[in-house]
Design a protein around this ligand. Structure first.
Ligand code: AMP
Length: 460
């Protein structure tokens, strides 16, 4: 099936083609036709599945219905679409998606979130927008000041509902919903459907089309994995060694701590690699600059903590490096899902020191498979366990530096075929996502508490 079969108008098809999309993703195939028909949609999908286009394309089409050439409607522009999303990063990405998919239409959108001055957002709202992308806290502030009028709303999207729950935003979401007109189309997206979320969905949706995508399982089939046993103190040298391979073009490095992330960046800079860190000690501006650089290609290596990285979506990450192994096994699956997106091939390279062996055990238990070991690399830990096969005997110890590091994984004979990528369990069902967190918890604080899987910088 191609985009042409979905019933989309030409300006949207052109935009999609210009983005280089050839085929709709499963969630797009399933959600776009009912959404175009005006039905409510319950989408069980997470970031990385193409869900943004799944709602943005039908919304854009709905907005120009009656003006198929995309001509601006004269007069006042009341808000006709509201998209609620939990984090600033997601809000920004959704805003960007509307700009991209709507580039041949004259639909106006704006994005509002907390933690920044209100002036610019106020001006954009006064000028009139068709689509408002908002984080709940700031939207409530603007509503209470009479700066947002949702009486003409026709479409409401609730994005990442389960994360709204995680971040303690459900009361805010309910408050927003109360002021929406009841005659509207609602699209509800959530990666998981715990009981609270199911209940919320039941209250918001009318006879929805239920569509489901299991992204991480799909993504991971295109992610190759490799494990490096290395002493803690040698990790930075190993990373620099690996980066000498130019095929590591856009590299997302995960560090368990903020200080660790800063140290990695400093060491890489000393070695002449362009690297930036992104975590809760950095200002919003600073984080955005780092992300822009990474997206644009001027920053080759982005070093992130798990919390800072959640919700960030960058295309074309060639390699994920687990500089530290996560202490929660599911986090590993999430991290490596940052590469190998949309059918592209990606590699996940993980460093494991002596103290991280138990994390590795947990990860492999979850994966139900052995992560292929790289036995011959110049910084191999002398304490590394012996290779699992007799072939490994010759690969013991420190081999000569090899610019290409992940072709010598030892699950298969040296010259044999690449081991197949692991098939990932869907992390969506993990229980730790459903624990509510206090609403005002900052990214910084969350990192300090080590709640890596549960919190992210609230969008305000
Ligand atoms: P999302 O889940 O909406 O955050 O999208 C994940 C990424 O996939 C985004 O970077 C999109 O640009 C990209 N994407 C969305 N739809 C497609 C498609 N049909 N083909 C290729 N890439 C896509």
């Amino acid at each position: 099936m191609s985009f042409d079969d979905l019933g989309l108008i030409d300006p949207l098809l052109r935009a999609v083609r210009e983005e280089g999309y050839h085929t709709p993703t499963p969630i797009q195939r399933l959600a776009i036709p009912p959404a175009l028909a005006g039905r409510d949609v319950l989408g069980i999908a997470q970031t990385g599945t193409g869900k943004t286009a799944a709602f943005a394309l039908p919304i854009l089409q709905g907005l120009v219905r009656g003006a198929p050439d995309g001509a601006p409607r004269p007069g006042r522009r009341p808000i006709r679409v509201l998209i609620l999303t939990p984090t600033r990063e997601l809000a920004t990405q959704i805003g960007d998606a509307f700009a991209v998919y709507g580039r041949h239409l004259s639909v106006r959108h704006t994005v509002v979130f907390g933690g920044v001055g209100q002036g610019g957002q106020e001006r954009a709202l006064r000028a009139g927008v068709d689509v408002l992308v908002a984080c709940p806290g700031r939207l409530l502030d603007l509503l209470s000041q009479g700066l947002v009028d949702l009486r003409s709303l026709g479409v409401f999207v609730l994005d990442e509902a389960d994360r709204m729950l995680d971040m303690g935003f459900l009361p805010d979401v309910r408050r927003v919903v109360r002021v929406l007109p009841s005659a509207r189309q609602t699209m509800f997206f959530s990666a998981t459907m715990p009981p609270d979320i199911q209940q919320l969905a039941d209250g918001l949706l009318r006879d929805p089309a239920r569509v489901e995508a299991t992204p991480v399982a799909t993504a991971a089939e295109t992610v190759g994995q490799a494990l490096y046993f290395v002493e803690k103190g040698d990790k930075r040298m190993l990373l620099a060694h690996l980066l000498r391979d130019p095929s590591l073009a856009r590299v997302l490095v995960f560090s368990r701590t903020k200080h660790g992330a800063d140290r990695v960046v400093k060491d890489l800079a000393r070695e002449g690699f362009s690297a930036q860190a992104i975590h809760g000690n950095k200002s919003q501006n600073n984080r955005e600059r780092a992300l822009d650089g990474f997206r644009g290609g001027s920053v080759r290596v982005l070093v992130a903590t798990d919390i800072a990285a959640r919700g960030i979506d960058v295309d074309g990450v060639t390699h994920v490096v687990n500089f530290d192994l996560p202490n929660v096994a599911e986090t590993y699956v999430h991290r490596i899902g940052r590469t190998g997106r949309a059918g592209a091939r990606g590699e996940a390279l993980s460093f494991c020191d002596q103290e991280e062996r138990e994390y590795l055990r947990d990860i492999e238990r979850l994966l139900k498979r052995h992560v292929p070991r790289v036995e011959s690399h110049p910084h191999r830990s002398p304490l590394a366990p012996p290779p699992p096969t007799v072939l490994g005997a010759q690969a013991h110890g420190r081999g000569p530096p090899r610019p290409v590091h992940h072709d010598n994984t030892r699950d298969t004979p040296r010259n044999g075929p690449r081991p197949p990528a692991a098939s990932m369990p869907h992390p969506g069902g993990r229980s730790d996502r459903h624990r509510p967190a206090p609403r005002a918890l900052s990214l910084n604080e969350a990192e300090r508490r080590g709640q890596a899987m549960r919190n992210q910088k609230p969008g305000g």
